[in-house]
Design a protein around this ligand. Structure first.
Ligand code: SF4
Ligand code: SF4
Ligand code: SF4
Ligand code: FES
Length: 971
């Protein structure tokens, strides 16, 4: 097991050890003796933790180092010189000169008596209990020397209490409960959901899920914190109950969202039993959400592609081939296209789901082997405006803080993000800060769950009309300047004066006042003024934003507006402040860092720069085109025009995730060679000529970079089902194209990245092993990485204020399209749902629903559960309706996790002016009650059925993968 480095304490801690109570943040040391051993620990540390740090393990049951001490079990009783009784070590803070005795006949007798009472109301089935070998109650019974129980089990007990098996991932067996409250406290303190409570008193006390009948019907969001906290088998993973305790583990990184949680993949042989959030993971500090914790069965789902396949036309049946034949076929096709249509007629798309090393290799393949810069990434359709906007203003295309920084924020603005669903572990951290009293300002058309955080302080909701973000951020800045809330010192010292003066004049104009912008934003001017004062007057004000900022026609302008706001108030360059994009996918930051964009080599270095190119050319031994290549939408347009004929797509389902599906499908159908590298037969694969079966995060080595710029190791837990890690597939394709790649391990790819990318120059796998993770920039100046950016200055010297003129989107409501549709995510599903739809998470969300305000529904005679047709300028599809008041009247909302709903059939081609990031968040539509599917849905299912037939005809004919394994259920 790795020890993790805690840079704040300059020490190594054992992440497998429970130190009993949380660490104290005090810098004052206190000296005491425990069992005669002289020790010192920070003031505020409990006796229990101080002893644990010194290697003295006091028995405990109700205490855990991720929960505030509670003092209910009394098992940790100790004796303290000159103090009466036997105080609980977990609730007693250390004092200077304290002398503690943890072992004496008196405390031993007390502990045995306590344990005897627990065991007398506990099933005596240790040998057959699924927790056998991993049960704190069992361990503590041994630790206190309990040998017999004097009380029989004939009296009143809880041994027949019924199990709750409603949750797909864990079972609640109250017969084993010792009512230690760890689960209740974990749900409150760590997760912030407050789904559990202790009902009754004394002997009748029991854990309850509030007024609900069971976990599934309760407020529980299945984060697993209670399961992890439980010291018995009362709350236990079903996989452990079914398969037994794991035997070994490997630390790796979640492959869902941009929080980048670290997990121990706990294995039994080569079977993954459970994913346990890793306490040493600095992004998550031992917490998780339902996706990373439980939704991993997709990795062994029978739908996994296991064999390379090729076909000449998309109407042909697939042919299983060897890897070599698939590479040669692909190379022949691509070279043939280039010979006929020119060097620029092919390109590729990298994936934010894949590792840094894999992404780096794909863009290298395109630039060096294809000989052009036609590389783009799925970040194009999510956070490309972040890259552009932050680079223009702050000089670096990345968020400025660690997640933990939010614990020092006094006012937090959340714009166009829904962290409790889309970035749940960060959402829990933010909720913790809100419970501590930080103010919350949400700028979003929807009333997101964060606004209903239990026991939180003050909050404001600014329900901005979709498409008018820039008007809203300008109004906030207008109040900051005209009410003189700006930080004059920061601006004078850290920002470019000329730019500031121009911006100040612009933003002071009356047309940006809350009153004048109200018609566009729909926000009550008083709310804008209150929000501006809360942020402008905060000691520390932090901004977090998501795709509700970027996926607009003015996405880049809005990002610049946010950076302007932070610079104007001096909220940059220390903990508790900053500008923080919440990245959607696990490796969005990394895929951008690795040079996926057509105009930038790794590290955001311009392809037009001769010096940059010549450094890459020397190491790559290839000529690099100085002209930027095509972006994804340009590739689609060029394909439809017949100029672009070959596309290599690694791990992105563009047919489902990109806007205006009909246009995307037309482009894909125009290609002569579409190579899809993925783990499933996704929507895009239905138009493919080559299928290269990819590997999941469990089957590969590499690194992901999360939203904090944190580079985390991904470690191989099991062999790739199809025989190759994704980087090996790209390497095979490159070699077949005649451009040699000979890496033996992803660490060699990282060494090359470090040699070519100044912000990564200090990164290598050995250092990652030692430190656990590294936040870039990591170089000679910052050898341990950079938790907080821009502390002294900006990479561009002075911060640059940018003029953010509000230009209304052309996507406006009309009599024909009177409603605005906006989209978002839900906790249990992930993006296009390819993974989560193949897990137990389906039980929470098996279809996309259209949320419609009651007044809009009533006007059209629509009721909850009705089917409605949604028609936009781009297309038409049909959804089931859910009546909801979370959006204002005139705005409707849906998710996009299920291909059959076709959410992107109706989104348009409109995009951000600077980056072409699609305007997913604003589509003018009309809705009408209908009884049958749309034409697109009917034709899609016909086409899908045919494609699946073409695939299954092949896959069922004795298909074996390269390991000789049959293509069948491997769960
Ligand atoms: S799984 Fe999470 S949300 Fe559900 S009860 Fe446990 S701690 Fe609370
Ligand atoms: S379910 Fe587990 S954690 Fe919760 S009170 Fe019972 S024994 Fe303690
Ligand atoms: S918060 Fe994100 S990274 Fe963490 S477990 Fe959930 S999906 Fe994975
Ligand atoms: S561990 Fe201290 S009272 Fe329970």
């Amino acid at each position: 097991m790795l020890n993790y480095f805690d840079p704040k304490k300059d020490s190594y801690l054992d992440p497998t050890k429970d130190y009993g109570t949380p660490a104290s943040s005090s810098t004052q040391q206190v000296k005491l003796t425990i069992d005669g051993q002289a020790i010192s620990a920070p003031e505020g540390t409990s006796v229990l933790r101080a002893a644990a740090l010194a290697g003295i393990n006091i028995p405990k049951l109700c205490a855990s180092d991720n929960l505030e001490s509670f003092g209910s079990c009394r098992l940790c009783a100790v004796e303290i010189e000159n103090q009466r009784g036997m105080p609980a070590a977990c609730t007693t803070p250390i004092r200077d000169g304290m002398q503690v005795t943890t072992q004496s006949p008196k405390v031993a007798k007390l502990r045995r008596n306590i344990m005897e009472l627990y065991i007398s109301d506990h099933p005596l089935d240790c040998l057959t209990c699924p927790a056998n070998g991993d049960c704190e109650l069992q361990d503590m019974a041994g630790a206190v020397g309990l040998r017999e129980v004097r009380y029989g089990s004939q009296g009143e007990n809880h041994l027949d209490a019924a199990k709750d098996t409603s949750n797909p991932y864990f079972t609640f067996d109250p017969s084993k409960c010792i009512v230690c409250s760890r689960c209740v406290r974990a749900c409150e303190e760590v997760q912030g959901t407050f789904a559990l409570t202790i009902d009754g008193r004394g002997f009748d006390s029991k854990v309850s899920v509030g007024v609900a009948d069971n976990f599934m019907e309760s407020d529980c969001v299945s984060c697993g914190a209670c399961v992890q906290a439980c010291p018995t088998s009362t709350l236990m993973e079903n996989t452990v109950i079914d398969a037994g305790q794991p035997e070994h583990s490997i630390v790796t990184t979640c492959a869902y969202c941009g929080v980048g949680c670290s997990f121990e993949a706990q294995m039994r042989g080569d079977k993954l039993i459970k994913m346990v959030p890793y306490k040493g993971g600095e992004a998550n500090s031992g917490h998780s959400c339902v996706k990373g914790r439980f939704a991993f069965s997709y990795a062994t789902h029978p739908d996994r592609l296991t064999q390379p396949m090729i076909r000449d036309a998309i109407t042909d049946a697939w042919r299983e081939v060897s890897w070599d034949e698939a590479f040669e076929f692909s190379a022949r096709k691509l070279r043939g296209i280039q010979a006929k249509h020119g060097r620029e007629s092919i390109g590729g798309i990298t994936s934010s789901r894949c590792t840094n090393e894999e992404t780096y290799l794909v863009q290298k393949l395109i630039r060096a082997a294809f000989g052009n810069n036609n590389t783009d990434t799925c970040a194009r359709v999510c956070h490309s405006p972040t890259g552009y906007g932050l680079k223009q203003t702050l000089g670096e295309s990345a968020g400025t803080q660690t997640f933990e920084s939010v614990l020092k924020a006094d006012t937090v603005i959340v714009i166009g993000a829904n962290p409790t669903d889309a970035h749940p572990v960060f959402g829990s951290l933010l909720r913790k800060r809100l419970r501590q009293g930080a103010k919350l300002i949400v700028i979003d058309p929807r009333e997101i769950d964060l606004l209903n955080t239990p026991h939180a302080g003050e909050s404001l909701h600014l329900p901005v009309r979709p498409g008018s973000n820039v008007a809203a951020v300008n109004a906030l800045a207008h109040v900051i300047i005209t009410d003189e809330l700006e930080d004059k010192d920061f601006i004078a010292q850290r920002c470019d004066d000329e730019g500031y003066q121009a911006w100040r004049q612009f933003i002071s104009e009356d047309r940006h006042s809350p009153e004048k912008t109200q018609q566009d934003t729909g926000i009550d001017p008083e709310l804008i003024r209150q929000a501006a004062h809360a942020y402008g007057n905060a000691k520390n004000g932090a901004i977090y934003y998501g795709l509700g900022v970027t996926e607009h026609s003015q996405g880049s302008t809005m990002v610049m507006g946010i950076a302007n706001l932070a610079m104007a108030t001096g909220n940059i360059g220390r903990e508790g402040v900053g500008v923080n994009p919440l990245r959607g996918q696990n490796n969005v930051q990394g895929s951008c860092d690795m040079g996926s964009f057509p105009h930038e080599l790794p590290g955001y270095q311009s392809v037009a720069d001769d010096n940059v190119r010549s450094r890459f050319e020397a190491i790559w031994n290839a000529k690099i085109d100085a002209e930027p290549g095509l972006r994804i939408p340009n590739m689609f347009d060029a394909a439809i025009n017949g100029e672009f004929k070959g596309l290599y797509v690694q791990g992105e389902d563009i047919a489902q995730s990109d806007p205006n599906t009909l246009h995307v499908e037309a482009a894909l159908k125009s290609l002569d060679c579409l190579i899809v590298q993925d783990i499933f037969l996704n929507e895009t694969a239905k138009y493919a000529h080559v299928l290269l079966p990819g590997s999941t995060f469990l089957e590969k080595n590499g690194t992901f970079t999360n939203a904090e710029r944190r580079i985390n190791r991904v470690r191989k837990v099991m062999a790739p089902i199809a025989g190759k890690e994704d980087w090996e597939i790209t390497q095979g394709l490159s070699n077949a194209l005649g451009y040699p790649m000979e890496y033996a391990h992803p660490s060699e790819v990282m060494d090359e990245i470090a040699a070519l990318t100044p912000t990564f120059s200090g990164v290598n796998y050995d250092k990652l092993e030692e430190l656990g993770s590294i936040q870039w920039p990591c170089n000679d100046l910052k050898p341990l990485g950079t938790p907080t950016m821009h502390e002294e200055d900006f990479p561009i010297g002075k911060g640059r204020f940018c003029i953010t003129e509000y230009i209304a989107t052309s996507e406006r409501t009309t009599r024909k399209f009177p409603l605005l549709l906006t989209t978002g995510r839900i906790l249990s599903q992930y993006n296009v749902g390819a993974q989560t739809r193949r897990t137990g998470n389906q039980q929470w969300h098996d279809k996309d629903l259209l949320e419609v305000h009651p007044s809009d529904a009533e006007l059209r005679g629509i009721r909850d559960g009705d089917s409605v047709s949604v028609t936009s300028r781009a297309g038409r599809t049909v959804f089931e309706v859910k009546i909801s008041e979370r959006m204002p009247a005139g705005v409707i909302y849906t998710t996009f996790h299920h291909p059959e709903s076709g959410a992107n059939v109706i989104t348009t081609d409109n995009s951000d002016w600077a980056t072409n990031c699609p305007e997913y968040k604003v589509t003018a539509v009309q809705i009408d009650k209908v009884t049958e599917q749309s034409d697109w849905q009917k034709s899609r299912s016909d086409f899908s059925d045919k494609q699946e037939l073409l695939y299954s005809t092949t896959a069922n004919s004795g298909n074996k993968n390269s390991n000789g394994r049959k293509n069948k259920d491997k769960t």
